[in-house]
Design a protein around this ligand. Structure first.
Ligand SMILES: Cc1ncc(COP(=O)(O)O)c(C=O)c1O
Length: 405
């Protein structure tokens, strides 16, 4: 068998997708005009698939801070912090994150993926157990594979199933570490965190919450689902990313554990990769201040969420179970989803195409993400275009069509 024979099925299915039109996994933004608009295939296109929840990618204070950092500190750190040392900004950002969450310590990673990979794979040792939600992000699954703990999956968002699985481990020696997400990246639903915390307490387990899609989005302070659920003190490790609400790249973990910092010389995805460049550190530090000082962005985001989620629901679309900034339009199968995605792009609307195995329960999704910077007009155009495409390909039924004004 030749080296690439293992990819033949994938090569065939990708070719079939591309044969329909533009390649959903190879889209080129020819020109980015704003957080919500780019030129794609020569056409001005509304971006509804960015995770740029607060629209901070063009925030003037972040751009100015990044520019100044490049001018004064250069373009990159050219190595990891344990080898090349930290720039002052790395430590300042960690202190700012710890303050933001009211925690003792914070640790910054080069991506959110590496934050999950590093913390989850390191924190649970060979005798320990990682008990993860079945719909966990790929970075959580990869972390489990990289680490040495025994991995157990529980049914998505099912605290009773989590309880059952922990019960079966009663009397075993190792630590039990539960891993859940604040807002799930594909369907946009939230973890039942209060119930999960109750189970955690019952079994004396630890809890990691990945707030990648909920930081900046949920809570009066923007600290995420743990803040809304009122259980922050019960979460042992919060993991997050700079690539969504904070509009840049990078990841972090915050904790109150007194020995947390030892991870800096044990956690391989922290130790053996270059640290974030000064420009990113500076822009993220500025973005964190925006999250803290401009709650009106969250208010605007949620008004936009209501416009898009409720508007699509009224048209008859099947959506993810909970209203939130990830609005997942469910389509009957991958072929229909690819067609719909292509036609939407042709009408000047970009969303994410999400297909199995990246989606839960084999669903095919047009995954939209809402931004505080979307105008009402843009969102109405998105609803209109999605509805038109759904008629054309026969996804929406006639009674739903009659409802369209
Ligand atoms: C739940 C979740 N965790 C972690 C990540 C990884 O974050 P990043 O893209 O910043 O590496 C993602 C990315 O989409 C995610 O959805």
């Amino acid at each position: 068998m030749a080296l690439f024979d293992q990819f033949q099925d994938l090569i065939r299915s990708h070719a079939a997708v591309k044969a329909v039109g533009a390649d959903p996994f190879g889209i080129k933004m020819e020109r980015v005009l704003s957080p919500t608009e780019a030129v794609i295939e020569g056409r001005p296109t509304i971006l509804v698939g960015t995770n740029n929840y607060l629209g901070l990618t063009f925030e003037p204070s972040c751009i100015a801070a990044a520019g100044e950092a490049i001018e004064t500190q250069g373009t990159g750190t050219t190595g990891s912090r344990i080898a090349n040392g930290s720039y002052g900004g790395h430590n300042d950002l960690e202190e700012a994150l710890a303050r933001f969450y009211g925690r003792r310590s914070a640790m910054v990673f080069t991506t959110g993926y590496q934050a999950n990979l590093g913390i989850i794979s390191t924190i649970a040792g060979p005798k320990d157990y990682l008990i993860i939600d079945a719909d966990s992000h790929a970075s959580i699954y990869d972390a489990c594979r990289m680490g040495s703990a025994t991995v157990i999956r529980f049914k998505h968002n099912d605290a009773a199933d989590l309880d059952k699985r922990l019960q079966r481990l009663a009397g075993t020696e190792g630590n039990k570490v539960i891993v859940v997400e604040g807002i799930y990246s594909m369907l946009g639903d939230q973890a039942p965190l209060a119930d999960i915390v109750a189970v955690k307490r019952k079994h004396g387990a630890y809890l990691i919450v990945d707030e990648a899609h909920s930081m900046g989005v949920l809570g009066d302070k923007g600290r995420g689902l743990a803040e809304v659920a009122g259980v922050e003190s019960e979460v042992d490790f919060i993991i997050g990313t700079f690539s969504k609400s904070l509009g840049a790249i990078g990841g972090y973990c915050v904790s109150d554990h007194p020995e947390f910092d030892i991870l800096r010389i044990r956690c391989r995805p922290y130790m053996f990769t270059a640290s974030l460049p000064p420009s990113i550190i500076a822009s993220v530090t500025a973005a964190l201040k925006v999250v803290e000082n401009r709650p009106e962005l969250r208010t605007r985001l949620w008004a936009n969420v209501r416009t898009l989620y409720d508007g699509l629901k009224r048209r008859g679309f099947t959506l993810g179970p909970q209203r939130g900034p990830v609005v997942a339009v469910q389509l009957p199968n991958p072929e229909i989803a690819v067609h719909a995605w292509q036609q939407l792009l042709g009408s000047g609307v970009y969303v994410n195409l999400a297909l199995p195995p990246a989606t839960p329960n084999g669903t095919a999704l047009l995954r939209c993400s809402v931004c505080a910077a979307h105008s009402r007009h843009q969102l109405e155009r998105v609803i209109h275009s999605l509805t038109e495409v759904a008629y054309r390909i026969g996804v929406l039924t006639v009674p739903a069509r009659a409802a369209v004004g």
